[in-house]
Design a binder for this molecule. Structure first.
Ligand SMILES: C[S@@+](CC[C@H](N)C(=O)[O-])C[C@H]1O[C@@H](n2cnc3c(N)ncnc32)[C@H](O)[C@@H]1O
Length: 268
Protein backbone atom coordinates (compact mmCIF):
# COMPACT_ATOMS: atom_id res chain seq x y z
CA UNK A 1 0.00 0.00 0.00
CA UNK A 2 1.28 3.45 -0.96
CA UNK A 3 1.77 5.54 2.20
CA UNK A 4 0.79 9.18 2.47
CA UNK A 5 3.56 11.22 4.13
CA UNK A 6 2.82 14.29 6.30
CA UNK A 7 4.30 16.57 3.65
CA UNK A 8 2.26 14.98 0.83
CA UNK A 9 -0.90 15.16 2.94
CA UNK A 10 -0.46 18.91 3.49
CA UNK A 11 0.29 19.49 -0.16
CA UNK A 12 -2.73 17.43 -1.21
CA UNK A 13 -5.08 19.23 1.18
CA UNK A 14 -3.82 22.66 0.03
CA UNK A 15 -4.16 21.79 -3.66
CA UNK A 16 -7.69 20.37 -3.37
CA UNK A 17 -8.81 23.30 -1.27
CA UNK A 18 -7.45 25.93 -3.65
CA UNK A 19 -8.62 24.34 -6.88
CA UNK A 20 -11.77 22.40 -6.04
CA UNK A 21 -12.92 23.86 -2.72
CA UNK A 22 -12.93 20.38 -1.22
CA UNK A 23 -11.91 20.45 2.44
CA UNK A 24 -9.86 17.37 3.26
CA UNK A 25 -8.16 18.58 6.44
CA UNK A 26 -9.84 15.83 8.50
CA UNK A 27 -9.80 13.19 5.76
CA UNK A 28 -6.31 11.73 5.88
CA UNK A 29 -7.53 8.15 6.28
CA UNK A 30 -10.09 8.60 3.51
CA UNK A 31 -7.46 9.95 1.10
CA UNK A 32 -5.09 7.09 1.81
CA UNK A 33 -7.84 4.48 1.74
CA UNK A 34 -9.47 5.61 -1.48
CA UNK A 35 -6.41 6.55 -3.50
CA UNK A 36 -3.52 4.27 -2.66
CA UNK A 37 -4.91 1.39 -4.74
CA UNK A 38 -5.45 3.68 -7.70
CA UNK A 39 -1.92 5.05 -7.42
CA UNK A 40 -0.48 1.55 -7.31
CA UNK A 41 -2.50 0.50 -10.36
CA UNK A 42 -1.10 3.43 -12.28
CA UNK A 43 2.38 2.15 -11.50
CA UNK A 44 3.22 5.22 -9.45
CA UNK A 45 5.25 4.97 -6.26
CA UNK A 46 4.03 7.88 -4.17
CA UNK A 47 1.23 10.37 -3.56
CA UNK A 48 3.71 13.07 -4.61
CA UNK A 49 4.06 11.50 -8.05
CA UNK A 50 0.26 11.24 -8.32
CA UNK A 51 -0.27 14.85 -7.29
CA UNK A 52 2.25 15.94 -9.96
CA UNK A 53 0.16 14.16 -12.61
CA UNK A 54 -3.00 15.89 -11.29
CA UNK A 55 -1.24 19.24 -11.47
CA UNK A 56 -0.48 18.65 -15.14
CA UNK A 57 -4.24 19.11 -15.47
CA UNK A 58 -5.21 15.77 -16.93
CA UNK A 59 -9.01 16.05 -17.08
CA UNK A 60 -9.83 12.31 -16.78
CA UNK A 61 -7.45 12.02 -13.88
CA UNK A 62 -9.09 14.94 -12.09
CA UNK A 63 -12.62 13.58 -12.64
CA UNK A 64 -11.58 10.21 -11.19
CA UNK A 65 -9.98 11.93 -8.23
CA UNK A 66 -13.02 14.11 -7.43
CA UNK A 67 -15.29 11.08 -7.85
CA UNK A 68 -13.19 9.12 -5.37
CA UNK A 69 -13.28 11.86 -2.76
CA UNK A 70 -16.92 12.95 -3.06
CA UNK A 71 -20.23 11.20 -3.60
CA UNK A 72 -22.54 11.46 -6.59
CA UNK A 73 -25.45 9.98 -4.68
CA UNK A 74 -28.77 11.47 -5.78
CA UNK A 75 -32.30 10.46 -6.79
CA UNK A 76 -35.47 11.91 -8.34
CA UNK A 77 -37.60 14.19 -6.16
CA UNK A 78 -34.94 14.27 -3.41
CA UNK A 79 -35.85 16.70 -0.58
CA UNK A 80 -39.35 17.11 -1.93
CA UNK A 81 -40.06 20.28 0.10
CA UNK A 82 -38.14 22.31 -2.45
CA UNK A 83 -40.30 21.08 -5.31
CA UNK A 84 -43.43 21.73 -3.24
CA UNK A 85 -42.23 25.31 -2.60
CA UNK A 86 -41.57 25.71 -6.31
CA UNK A 87 -45.11 24.55 -7.18
CA UNK A 88 -46.91 26.43 -4.41
CA UNK A 89 -44.95 29.69 -4.12
CA UNK A 90 -42.48 30.36 -6.92
CA UNK A 91 -44.44 29.22 -9.97
CA UNK A 92 -47.76 30.92 -9.08
CA UNK A 93 -45.78 34.15 -8.59
CA UNK A 94 -43.97 33.72 -11.91
CA UNK A 95 -47.17 32.88 -13.73
CA UNK A 96 -48.73 36.12 -12.56
CA UNK A 97 -45.78 38.48 -12.82
CA UNK A 98 -43.25 37.20 -15.33
CA UNK A 99 -44.26 38.89 -18.58
CA UNK A 100 -41.25 37.58 -20.53
CA UNK A 101 -42.32 33.99 -19.79
CA UNK A 102 -38.65 33.03 -19.57
CA UNK A 103 -37.53 30.99 -16.58
CA UNK A 104 -33.84 30.40 -15.88
CA UNK A 105 -32.95 27.75 -13.34
CA UNK A 106 -29.49 26.47 -12.38
CA UNK A 107 -28.91 23.06 -10.86
CA UNK A 108 -25.32 23.41 -9.58
CA UNK A 109 -23.74 20.07 -8.68
CA UNK A 110 -26.44 18.16 -10.58
CA UNK A 111 -24.66 14.79 -10.50
CA UNK A 112 -26.31 12.26 -12.88
CA UNK A 113 -29.30 14.49 -13.69
CA UNK A 114 -32.09 13.39 -11.36
CA UNK A 115 -32.39 16.88 -9.80
CA UNK A 116 -32.63 18.96 -13.03
CA UNK A 117 -34.95 16.39 -14.65
CA UNK A 118 -37.24 16.49 -11.59
CA UNK A 119 -37.29 20.28 -11.99
CA UNK A 120 -38.20 20.00 -15.67
CA UNK A 121 -41.02 17.57 -14.82
CA UNK A 122 -42.44 19.76 -12.05
CA UNK A 123 -42.43 22.77 -14.41
CA UNK A 124 -44.06 20.83 -17.22
CA UNK A 125 -46.68 19.47 -14.84
CA UNK A 126 -47.40 22.94 -13.46
CA UNK A 127 -47.74 24.77 -16.77
CA UNK A 128 -49.42 21.82 -18.52
CA UNK A 129 -50.85 22.92 -21.88
CA UNK A 130 -49.32 26.39 -21.39
CA UNK A 131 -45.79 24.97 -21.18
CA UNK A 132 -45.11 25.65 -24.86
CA UNK A 133 -45.68 29.38 -24.19
CA UNK A 134 -42.85 29.40 -21.64
CA UNK A 135 -39.14 29.32 -22.37
CA UNK A 136 -37.78 27.07 -19.67
CA UNK A 137 -34.00 26.88 -19.43
CA UNK A 138 -32.50 24.58 -16.85
CA UNK A 139 -28.71 24.74 -16.69
CA UNK A 140 -27.29 21.70 -14.99
CA UNK A 141 -23.61 21.66 -14.10
CA UNK A 142 -21.16 19.39 -12.32
CA UNK A 143 -17.41 19.10 -12.05
CA UNK A 144 -17.49 15.47 -13.13
CA UNK A 145 -17.77 14.59 -16.83
CA UNK A 146 -18.64 10.96 -15.87
CA UNK A 147 -21.86 11.85 -14.12
CA UNK A 148 -22.78 14.34 -16.85
CA UNK A 149 -22.59 11.71 -19.58
CA UNK A 150 -24.95 9.53 -17.54
CA UNK A 151 -27.22 12.57 -17.13
CA UNK A 152 -27.26 13.29 -20.87
CA UNK A 153 -28.15 9.67 -21.55
CA UNK A 154 -31.09 9.97 -19.14
CA UNK A 155 -31.62 6.26 -18.38
CA UNK A 156 -32.31 5.25 -14.76
CA UNK A 157 -33.09 2.18 -12.70
CA UNK A 158 -36.07 1.67 -10.40
CA UNK A 159 -34.10 2.76 -7.36
CA UNK A 160 -33.58 6.33 -8.59
CA UNK A 161 -37.30 6.74 -9.21
CA UNK A 162 -38.59 5.33 -5.93
CA UNK A 163 -39.63 8.76 -4.54
CA UNK A 164 -41.19 10.05 -7.75
CA UNK A 165 -45.03 10.11 -7.98
CA UNK A 166 -46.36 7.24 -10.06
CA UNK A 167 -48.03 9.72 -12.44
CA UNK A 168 -44.64 11.27 -13.27
CA UNK A 169 -43.13 7.84 -13.90
CA UNK A 170 -45.88 7.13 -16.41
CA UNK A 171 -45.86 10.52 -18.09
CA UNK A 172 -42.23 11.43 -18.40
CA UNK A 173 -40.39 8.15 -19.07
CA UNK A 174 -40.31 5.43 -21.65
CA UNK A 175 -39.56 1.90 -20.44
CA UNK A 176 -36.45 0.42 -22.06
CA UNK A 177 -36.17 -3.24 -23.15
CA UNK A 178 -34.18 -4.10 -20.04
CA UNK A 179 -36.74 -2.60 -17.67
CA UNK A 180 -35.10 0.77 -17.11
CA UNK A 181 -36.60 4.22 -17.50
CA UNK A 182 -35.60 6.66 -20.24
CA UNK A 183 -36.45 10.36 -19.75
CA UNK A 184 -38.62 11.62 -22.65
CA UNK A 185 -37.19 14.12 -25.17
CA UNK A 186 -39.80 16.76 -24.23
CA UNK A 187 -38.26 16.89 -20.73
CA UNK A 188 -34.66 16.55 -21.91
CA UNK A 189 -34.94 19.49 -24.28
CA UNK A 190 -35.29 21.94 -21.38
CA UNK A 191 -32.11 20.80 -19.64
CA UNK A 192 -28.56 21.70 -20.75
CA UNK A 193 -25.67 19.87 -19.07
CA UNK A 194 -22.21 21.44 -18.79
CA UNK A 195 -19.00 20.83 -16.86
CA UNK A 196 -18.47 23.58 -14.33
CA UNK A 197 -16.25 23.79 -11.27
CA UNK A 198 -17.94 25.89 -8.59
CA UNK A 199 -14.55 27.38 -7.73
CA UNK A 200 -14.51 29.11 -11.13
CA UNK A 201 -15.91 32.55 -11.91
CA UNK A 202 -19.61 32.63 -12.72
CA UNK A 203 -20.19 34.61 -15.89
CA UNK A 204 -23.94 34.27 -16.31
CA UNK A 205 -25.30 36.32 -19.20
CA UNK A 206 -28.76 35.58 -17.87
CA UNK A 207 -29.38 35.70 -14.17
CA UNK A 208 -31.33 32.91 -12.51
CA UNK A 209 -34.82 32.84 -11.04
CA UNK A 210 -33.87 29.86 -8.90
CA UNK A 211 -30.56 28.21 -8.07
CA UNK A 212 -30.43 24.70 -6.64
CA UNK A 213 -27.11 23.80 -5.01
CA UNK A 214 -27.98 20.89 -2.77
CA UNK A 215 -25.68 18.46 -1.02
CA UNK A 216 -22.60 19.87 -2.75
CA UNK A 217 -21.28 22.47 -0.30
CA UNK A 218 -20.89 19.78 2.38
CA UNK A 219 -17.40 19.27 0.95
CA UNK A 220 -16.38 22.89 1.32
CA UNK A 221 -15.02 24.73 4.35
CA UNK A 222 -16.88 27.76 5.75
CA UNK A 223 -14.80 30.30 3.84
CA UNK A 224 -15.19 28.59 0.45
CA UNK A 225 -18.87 28.02 1.08
CA UNK A 226 -19.60 31.68 1.69
CA UNK A 227 -17.56 32.71 -1.38
CA UNK A 228 -19.69 30.38 -3.51
CA UNK A 229 -22.94 31.52 -1.88
CA UNK A 230 -21.96 35.12 -2.68
CA UNK A 231 -21.33 34.16 -6.30
CA UNK A 232 -24.79 32.60 -6.40
CA UNK A 233 -26.21 35.80 -4.93
CA UNK A 234 -24.74 37.86 -7.78
CA UNK A 235 -26.16 35.38 -10.28
CA UNK A 236 -29.69 35.43 -8.77
CA UNK A 237 -32.37 37.79 -10.11
CA UNK A 238 -33.94 40.12 -7.53
CA UNK A 239 -36.84 38.14 -6.09
CA UNK A 240 -35.08 34.87 -6.97
CA UNK A 241 -34.22 31.94 -4.69
CA UNK A 242 -31.36 29.72 -3.58
CA UNK A 243 -32.11 26.17 -2.42
CA UNK A 244 -29.45 24.29 -0.46
CA UNK A 245 -29.47 20.80 1.05
CA UNK A 246 -31.54 20.36 4.22
CA UNK A 247 -28.45 19.23 6.12
CA UNK A 248 -26.58 22.40 5.10
CA UNK A 249 -26.64 25.95 6.46
CA UNK A 250 -25.58 29.44 5.42
CA UNK A 251 -24.16 31.83 8.02
CA UNK A 252 -26.84 34.50 7.84
CA UNK A 253 -24.56 37.40 8.80
CA UNK A 254 -22.21 36.57 5.90
CA UNK A 255 -24.75 36.52 3.07
CA UNK A 256 -27.27 39.01 1.68
CA UNK A 257 -29.83 36.28 1.00
CA UNK A 258 -32.88 36.41 3.27
CA UNK A 259 -33.75 33.20 5.12
CA UNK A 260 -37.24 32.02 4.14
CA UNK A 261 -37.51 28.51 5.60
CA UNK A 262 -35.11 25.58 6.15
CA UNK A 263 -32.81 25.32 3.11
CA UNK A 264 -34.64 28.11 1.20
CA UNK A 265 -33.15 31.61 0.76
CA UNK A 266 -34.32 34.63 -1.23
CA UNK A 267 -32.69 37.65 -2.85
CA UNK A 268 -34.86 40.68 -2.19
C1 LIG B 1 -24.15 14.35 -3.66
S1 LIG B 1 -24.13 15.03 -5.28
C2 LIG B 1 -25.55 16.10 -5.19
C3 LIG B 1 -26.53 15.90 -6.32
C4 LIG B 1 -27.85 16.69 -6.21
N1 LIG B 1 -27.60 18.10 -6.14
C5 LIG B 1 -28.63 16.22 -5.02
O1 LIG B 1 -28.82 16.95 -4.04
O2 LIG B 1 -29.11 15.08 -5.05
C6 LIG B 1 -22.76 16.17 -5.18
C7 LIG B 1 -22.18 16.58 -6.54
O3 LIG B 1 -21.35 17.72 -6.38
C8 LIG B 1 -20.31 17.65 -7.34
N2 LIG B 1 -19.20 18.54 -6.95
C9 LIG B 1 -18.31 18.39 -5.93
N3 LIG B 1 -17.42 19.41 -5.93
C10 LIG B 1 -17.77 20.23 -6.96
C11 LIG B 1 -17.22 21.44 -7.48
N4 LIG B 1 -16.13 22.02 -6.94
N5 LIG B 1 -17.84 22.01 -8.54
C12 LIG B 1 -18.92 21.43 -9.11
N6 LIG B 1 -19.48 20.28 -8.67
C13 LIG B 1 -18.90 19.69 -7.61
C14 LIG B 1 -19.94 16.16 -7.34
O4 LIG B 1 -19.29 15.81 -8.54
C15 LIG B 1 -21.33 15.51 -7.16
O5 LIG B 1 -21.87 15.09 -8.40
Amino acid sequence: MVKLTDQEFLEFVGYMQKNYGIDLTKKRILIEGRLSNLIEKKGMRSFGEYLDSIKRNNKDEITTLVNKLTTNYTFFNREENHFKFLREVILPYQEKNNKSKILNIWSAGCSSGEEPYTLAMVLDDYFKFMSSQWKIQIYATDISENVLSKAREGIYGDDSLKDLPESYKKRYFEKTKDGKYQVLPEIKKNVTFKVFNLMDTVTAKNKYDVIFCRNVMIYFNAETKIKIVNKFYEATKPGGYLMIGHAETIQRDKSKYIYISPAIYKKE
